[in-house]
Design a protein around this ligand. Structure first.
Ligand code: PLP
Length: 673
């Protein structure tokens, strides 16, 4: 587990068992061994046919662990409660979940149910999210907040006002000054009193990728002068009683407590000023930003980690608000946070399988050995070729690569003009590929290659080349285990942030972790897009943010090899796109009762079928099937046997509409039999 820093990013929810399988600890540190969930066993049960007690689904699959989510929510709640108690703060904590982080019904229902005793609420940023929040919160506590953020039109505002009428504690947060007039006129029309919040545009900003929302040039929020003019307007209408909440958001993944303190202190001053100006403020909503540790480094130097714990975050917030209020003699407010990433990132794991790897061909090269001697090389290239051999013999990897590159370029030029044959070019390309692989390997594993020679001088091991019986230099990639592993996912669908903003997600094998991994791989997905790859991973030295290879095991013939992508429970499911029409994977809730041997699986979604994704692009599967059937009938000449053949082939097409968009790995012929 240290190889993959599981203890660092796993947040006490993930660990490696003594048998080398990854297990989930639904109750964090306090999980008993009998409650641990073995992910490999869970996925095997998900894939098993229903007739054998499984769900008959296919990979990739999102496994959700509702008890992990419950534990995250309870930890957040207790972190604030403890901070409030220890700082002698008079207000309480009442969080809301920003539904944009994960709108899946089972996630929302779980949050509303677990959060009910604490009046935990929801935050919406659009009309569909508002409707979702309204319907869901009817099952929650009547005091739970429903915070309405984002740009609003008349319809959005009407819905938010109707929410108040049905006794939901709904607060409309002004992002822009002009929204006020719209709220006032619609509330008069519907005869429903609004409760209003203001989103302040703070000067505090963090430099990370997620800090762009904050600072004076931030996209959202009201400036000080806009806030003052709104207060004046409400006062003139005798409506200062409606102004109850101050909101701000300095960006997701706040890296340090110092930045958090800066932002909360600035906002707390505004809150106090609003109170002193006569507004009926009761809530301070600190937005999102509670970060998580994606790379296990607990460091504030990159977007991929944070230097604080949940408890420290809560202490800092409570302390900063208390200090500001005490200085100004203002009553302590109810604290609200919109923590999304920190709440839902850990609750799911994307499980996917490896389809094939390119190590097979590497091994093939190694077995054969690639002779550096290139027969019939044009005279003009002889000197480059000699330098390549010399560099290889003296283990000068970098120099050998430069020569190999030049040799290949010249050969391609000659090939284009018809002066060089295809076989010769192929040989030179193979040499280039192996030299490149050897160079990569020597760079990424210096330590492996540094051995002491007889004189005790640190010297690289000379396995880069060997001489054959004839004395020809031959490359041997026996020690080189660089490879591309082809995985059954779409990066664009399941980890879009990895492609769009180079977000790092921990990816590790889910089993065989008691075996030494011998392959250094990058992952290539099933889309036909060259961006559809993953080439940065957790690991390396302590001070490294990420490394450019993943240590994996060699594939075993006929046996599945499962990888898991962790911490993707926030944002990824909704941001994922239909590139190449790869659809949403199936989703399964996995729980285990204490003492029970069996896992309990609850299917949450079958995932999108081919018909589903086609329909989403306005193609009608039944019409498509009908026209394909007609064309088949015309293409096969009439006979008795032809009818059976046609119906078999039509059935193959029909089944394809109903099946997964991903590659089917269980039985390669099953879909056409
Ligand atoms: N609230 C607002 C207004 C946001 O814009 C965001 C996301 O950036 C969040 C809450 C959730 O932030 P996080 O996921 O960092 O907790």
């Amino acid at each position: 587990s240290s190889l993959y820093r599981v203890d660092g990013w796993g947040g006490s929810y993930f660990a490696v068992s003594s048998k080398g399988d990854v297990v989930v600890r639904p109750n964090g540190q306090s999980t008993k061994m009998s409650e641990e969930i073995n992910i490999r066993q869970a996925i095997e049960q998900v894939l098993k046919p229903a007739s054998m007690g499984g769900l008959g689904l296919t990979t990739p699959a999102i496994l959700r662990f509702p008890h992990v989510l419950r534990h995250r929510l309870l930890s957040l709640q207790s972190s604030f409660e403890e901070a409030i108690k220890s700082r002698k703060f008079d207000g309480c904590y009442q969080g809301v979940f920003p539904v944009k982080c994960n709108q899946d019904r089972s996630v929302i229902d779980n949050i509303v149910e677990v959060g009910k005793p604490f009046a935990f609420g929801l935050e919406a940023g659009s009309k569909p999210e508002l409707l979702l929040a309204m319907a869901s919160l009817m099952k929650g506590s009547p005091n739970a907040l429903l915070v309405c953020n984002g740009y609003k039109d008349a319809e959005y505002i009407s819905l938010a006002l109707i929410a108040r009428l049905i006794q939901l504690n709904c607060i409309i947060v002004l992002e822009q000054q002009q929204e006020l007039d719209l709220i006032l006129s619609i509330s008069r029309l519907l005869a429903i009193e609004p409760v209003i919040g203001l989103r302040a545009k703070l000067n505090t900003k963090h430099d990370g990728h997620f800090g762009d929302t904050s600072g004076e040039k931030g996209k959202f929020g009201l400036s000080c002068s806009e806030i003052v003019s709104i207060v004046n307007k409400l006062r003139s209408l005798n409506m200062l009683g409606s102004l109850q909440l101050l909101h701000f958001h300095i960006g997701s993944q706040i890296p340090s407590l110092a930045i958090l303190n800066d932002g909360v202190s600035e906002a707390a001053q505004i809150y106090c000023e609003l109170a002193l100006m006569g507004a009926n403020v009761r809530y301070i909503d600190i937005g999102g930003g509670l970060g998580i540790d994606y790379n296990g480094s607990s460091s504030a130097t990159s977007d991929m980690s944070v230097e604080y714990s949940m408890a420290e975050y809560a202490h800092e917030v409570v302390g900063a608000v208390k200090d500001a209020c005490d200085r100004k003699g203002v009553r302590h407010p109810t604290l609200c946070s919109e923590s999304g990433r920190a709440l839902v990132s850990h609750q799911s794991v994307l499980v996917f399988d490896v389809l094939s790897s390119s190590t097979a061909s590497n091994r093939h090269l190694a077995a054969e050995g690639i002779s550096l001697e290139v027969e019939a090389l044009p005279v003009t290239l002889k000197s480059i070729h000699t330098s390549l051999i010399d560099a290889a013999k003296s283990c000068e990897y970098g120099a050998a690569l430069e020569c190999a590159k030049l040799l290949r370029r010249r050969c391609v030029e000659l090939f284009k003009r018809g002066h060089l044959g295809l076989e010769l070019l192929a040989h030179v390309e193979s040499i280039y590929g192996v030299v490149q692989a050897s160079w990569d390997q020597s760079k990424s594993s210096r330590a492996d290659f540094d051995v002491d020679n007889e004189q005790g001088n640190g010297r690289r091991r000379a396995d880069f080349h060997v001489d054959d019986e004839q004395g020809n230099s031959r490359l041997n990639v026996h020690k080189v285990h660089n490879a591309v592993y082809h995985v059954n996912i779409s990066v664009f669908r399941s980890m879009p942030d990895s492609w769009a903003i180079h977000q790092l997600f921990p990816i590790i094998p889910l089993h065989r972790l008691s075996e030494q991994p011998r392959v250094r791989a990058i992952l290539s997905d099933v889309t036909c897009d060259s961006d559809g790859k993953i080439a940065s991973f957790v690991g390396g030295d302590e001070d490294q943010e990420r490394i450019n290879y993943l240590q994996l095991h060699e594939l075993e013939e006929g046996k599945p090899y499962y990888l898991g992508m962790f911490l993707g429970g926030a944002y990824q499911e909704a941001l994922g796109s239909l590139h190449n029409l790869f659809g949403a994977p199936c989703v399964v809730n996995v729980t285990k009762e204490a003492g029970a041997d069996e896992l309990k699986l609850g299917k949450s979604s079958n995932g999108q079928t081919t018909a589903d994704v086609l329909r989403s692009m306005q193609h009608e599967p039944s019409a498509m099937l009908e026209s394909l059937k007609l064309r088949l009938q015309r293409s096969i000449s009439c006979s008795d046997r032809a009818d059976a053949r046609i119906s078999g082939l039509v059935n193959t097409i029909a089944c394809s509409f109903g099946s997964t968009t991903y590659l089917s790995t269980s039985n390669p012929m099953s879909s056409i039999l």
